[in-house]
Design a protein around this ligand. Structure first.
Ligand code: SDX
Length: 392
């Protein structure tokens, strides 16, 4: 508020581009990838098939999918020198900061894949990134725990590979947990794209200056890290733990979230576009129930989350503001049940969002969109003359 006009800032109602990739209807709570409803995709597809759909625009034939997966696997070896960058970090470093650095460093170690002049160059660049990014994500986990680094195993599919790179120990055979693989496949699909969200807009913004793909995606990783965006899945768990340790008085925390003189917000609730249930949250809630019943574990945090959701959804403030659970509300609870530490939750979000970021970047570059350069409403000082320091 400047007293002159109410500023609606933060790209709240800006149509930044035209896109054919993902469709959201915020009022109806609908999400389609290339026209396919997310509920069907999450139930029937695989993450690499969704990558192909987002990047190429159509569901692949078996032959197309096999070639695509083969081209990704060809790129799954990360240069040894990149381990030196990783190991320069303290174990206390947040994995998202490590990942954005390593992703940007791919430019230095893969100069041949940076100058994208044709659709073939672009395909080579993004299959390289799709091959190396999950290795880098797993390495951030191994760094945090001080464990030896694993390589990708090209005999395995994407979710199985992620599991073995994160959890394989050199001292014993690895028994892959299929509950983990099924849940991760669905979670990666559900996070794969979401039109012009903060991080995808960042990737487009940086890429519009003709910056390379890896540096553009590195900027997207940094944007996703924020607790108001992808970092919310970590913030939800921290909030639920805080409520539990504080004695579990849900109404107290909901009232705090409503009060204007308090910066506390109910993490995992609300959305810039959805004024209804986030369709992903509905699917993820079912995945949570499935994971816990298959693992045969109780989780107090899940119970608190369900009660918190029920109280909030019946609270007049949340109803008036149209605040519903979003994609981050339940995802962290599942990651934790699968043995993933809290600081890795947003890494899992980035792993899922990578094909969406690339698809957005590809669309922007193939459409030769101009450099993004938004304007402003100037509300600063009118023209005035310089004052020498001895007269101030
Ligand atoms: C993701 O954009 C995407 O698509 C993102 C994403 C994706 O897939 O890429 O869906 C992923 O980032 C999901 C959102 C994760 N973030 C959180 O869960 C953090 C908590 N949520 C809020 O901070 C908030 O709801 C945002 C950031 C998600 C949206 O913020 P907006 O659109 O700027 O909404 P707003 O701040 O204008 O809120 C409108 C009103 C405000 O009150 P008034 O100023 O009108 O009085 O609702 C209130 C807000 O104070 N409000 C909340 C709230 N969210 C909004 N009040 C309490 N708790 C909340 N969570």
């Amino acid at each position: 508020e400047t007293g002159l006009i109410t500023l609606d800032v933060g790209f709240k109602n800006t149509g930044a581009t035209k896109s054919t990739i993902t469709y959201l209807d915020g009022d109806l709570g609908q999400l389609y990838y290339r026209g396919y409803p997310i509920e069907q995709i999450a139930k029937k597809s695989t993450f690499t098939e969704v990558m192909y759909l987002l990047l190429e625009g159509e569901l692949p034939t078996l032959e197309q999918l096999n070639k695509f997966e083969g081209d990704i696997k060809k790129n799954s070896l990360v240069s040894e020198e990149m381990k030196q960058i990783l190991k320069a970090f303290p174990r206390s470093a947040h994995p998202m900061g490590v990942l954005s650095t390593l992703t940007s460093a791919l430019t230095a170690f893969n100069p041949h894949a940076v100058n994208v002049k044709s659709e073939k160059d672009l395909y080579n660049a993004y299959t390289l990134l799709l091959g190396k990014f999950p290795v880098l994500c797993a390495w951030t986990y191994r760094l945090k725990l001080g464990l030896p680094l694993n390589y990708a195993n090209n005999r395995l599919d994407y979710p199985h590979n992620i599991y073995q790179m994160m959890f394989r120990m050199p001292t014993e055979d690895l028994e892959i947990d299929e509950v983990f693989v099924d849940a991760i496949n669905k979670l990666l699909i559900l996070h794969a794209d979401h039109e012009q969200n903060c991080s995808a807009s960042t990737v487009r913004m940086v890429g519009s200056a003709q910056t390379g793909l890896f540096a553009s995606i590195s900027a997207g990783v940094s944007a996703l890290w924020g607790p108001l965006h992808g970092g919310a899945n970590q913030a939800v768990i921290e909030m639920l733990e805080m409520i539990k340790d504080d004695g579990g008085d849900l109404q107290k925390w909901i009232d705090k979230a409503k009060s204007k003189d308090d910066s506390f917000r109910l993490m995992g609730f609300g959305h810039r576009v959805y004024r209804n249930f986030d369709p992903r949250a509905k699917v993820i809630k079912k995945v949570a129930d499935d994971v816990f019943s298959r693992l045969g574990v109780e989780d107090e945090t899940l119970e608190i989350a369900k009660k918190l959701e029920e109280v909030a959804l019946n609270d007049p403030y949340f109803i008036e503001k149209k605040l519903y659970p979003n994609v981050d509300f339940y995802s962290g609870i599942i990651y934790r049940a699968l043995g993933i530490p809290t600081e890795m939750f947003t890494i899992m979000f980035a792993l899922g969002r990578l094909p969406g970021w690339i698809a957005q970047w590809k669309e922007m570059r193939m459409n030769n969109e101009p450099i993004n350069r938004p304007r402003q409403i100037y509300i600063g000082n009118p023209k005035r003359d310089y004052i020498d320091i001895d007269k101030r």
